[in-house]
Write a protein that binds this ligand. Sequence first.
Ligand SMILES: [Fe+2]
Length: 550
Amino acid sequence: MPVAMTDLPTKFPDFGLTPHQRRQAVRGHYWEWLGMDGEHGEIWCYSDRFSYRRGETVALHVSSTASSFSVAIVRDGGAETQLFEKAGIAARWQDTPDQCSVVGCGWDASFEFRVGDDWPSGAYRVTLTADGRDGKPIRCHHLFIVTPQPGKKRGRVLQVAATGTWLAYNTWGGSNHYEGITGPNRDQYAPMVSTQRPWCRGFIVLPKEAPRVPLEVAVPPKTAPRYPHMEWAFATGYSKKYASSGWASYDSHFFRFAERAGYGVDLASQHELHFSPEILDGYDCVVFVGHDEYWTWEMRDAVDAYVELGGHAARFAGNFMWQTRLEDEGRRQVCYKYRARAEDPAYRGGDVTRATTSWEAPEIGRPGAMTFGLNATRGLYAGWGGCAPRGVRGFPVYRPEHWAFAGTGIYYGDLLGADSHVYGYEVDGLDHEIRGGLPYPTPDGGAPDGLQILAVGMAAQVEESADIAFEDQFLADEDGRFTAETLFGEASEANLEKVKRGNGMIVNFPRGKGEVFHAGSCEWVAGLLTQDAMVERVTKNVLDRYLGRS
Ligand SMILES: [Fe+2]
C-alpha cells in the first residue's frame, strides 16, 4: 500500500554500518569483479548482444569456479513464464582482462540456444545456478530482450529499455561513466564502456526491501544528508549503482504494469533505435521510462522522424542529459562527459555536433527539448542528498483540466503521485514563468512550439545549506559548475547562479503529424510499482489516447 506522507519515519534506516562504513558506502568506489567471492566460488555471464529476434541464437559467455551449471529462462512480464531449462552444462574459469569494463571480458561462448518461434517480445531473465566451492549454491542473473516481429502493430505499445543508461552505470569490472579504475592512478571514470561483461548485482533482480534513491524519511532539522540506497548496497553486496539504473529498479515496473493492465507491449533496446530505426514503424505509441540519460544522435533521429510522421512518444522518464556514440558494431559506448571538450576526438577534426557531452552544449546544437520538450540541465536533483530532501514528492499540477488527468479527480495545486513519490531523483525541466497562476515556457527557453506545461516542481543542481557542512555534501556543486561552463563558457559564480535552480515538469506538445507527452521524472515508475491509482490513471490516459482507444 502507498505510504501517506505523515507516516514517514523521522530516522534514516539503519543497515548495521559504522559511520566509517557509511562514508565508504557513499564516497568509496566498489564494484563486481571476477574472483570477488573467493572461497565461496562464483558464476557470471553475459550475452553477445542485448537483444535478439525469434529464431536467432543467443550466446552466453560464462566464467565460473564450478565445472557445470544449470540455466533457467523466464519471461519477466505481467506474469512470469518459464520457457527454457537445462542442467549439466559445462563451465570453466575464464580469465578477464584488468580493463574488462572498457575492452570487454573476452570470454569464449559457453552455451548457445535458439530464441523460440513462439517467444513473445519482452524481457527474458536468465538465472545460472551451480555449486559453490563450499557446497552452497552460487547464482547469477542476466537479461536479454526479444524484439518484436515485423508487421502490423496496431494497438500495441513499444517500450524502449534505457540500455544506454544501464551500460553507463554498470559497475561490473570496475569502470563505468561515473567511477572507474582507468587512468594512471586507476581512479578515473571510463569514457568507453563495453557491452561484453555481466550486469552488476541488482540490475536484473532485486529484493523488495532494496531502497529506491528518493528518501522515505521526514528529514529532521539540520540533518547531514545520508544515502540509504548506497548504505544498503554496501551492507548487502549489491552494486553501488543498483538504484540508479537497470531493469529491476526501473524499466521492469512499466513493462509489468502495462501487461497486467491489459496492454500489448513489445520491448526493444536502444540499440534497435540506433541501428534499426524501422523497429518503430507501425506502432501508435512508443514509451520510454525510468532513468534515461544516454542517447545517440541516431536514436533521436529515429524518434523525431517517427513523431513527425504521426507517431506518439510517451516519456515517463528523467535526465535526458548526454550524447553518446556507439562503436564496434554497438559493443562499445563512448561518452567523455565532463572531459569531452578536453579529450573527445569530436573536437579535434571530428564532427563536433557528435561530441559526447551535454545535449545542451552550444556546439551540438540539439537540446533534448527539441525531441522530448524538456532539458536535463534545467531540471536535475530532487528528493535525496541535499537537493530538496523535503521537497514535493509528487508533481504539482497546474492544468488539471488537461486530458491526461481525466478521471483522476485531481485539483489545481494538488501533488500527483506524492504518496508513491514519483517526483525525483532526477527530473527534466524548462525555463518558465508563472502568469495568472499558470506556467508558460519562456520565449528563449527552447521549448517546442505549442508546448503546454501541465505540472512543475522544484529541483536543485547544487547542494547547499547554510547549516550543513560542505564536507557532508556528496553532490556539492560539481554538476552545477559543469553545466555553467558547458552552457555559458565559464564555471563562474555568476554562471552557477544562472543554472543551480531547476525544475521538473509534465509537458505535452504536438509535432508534425504526431505528439509527445513527457512526465520528466525517473521515479514515475515508482507509482506503477506501488499501484498509485492516480499515476496509473494518467499513464493509462496517455496510452489509451495514443493507441486511439479514447
Ligand atoms: Fe542520471
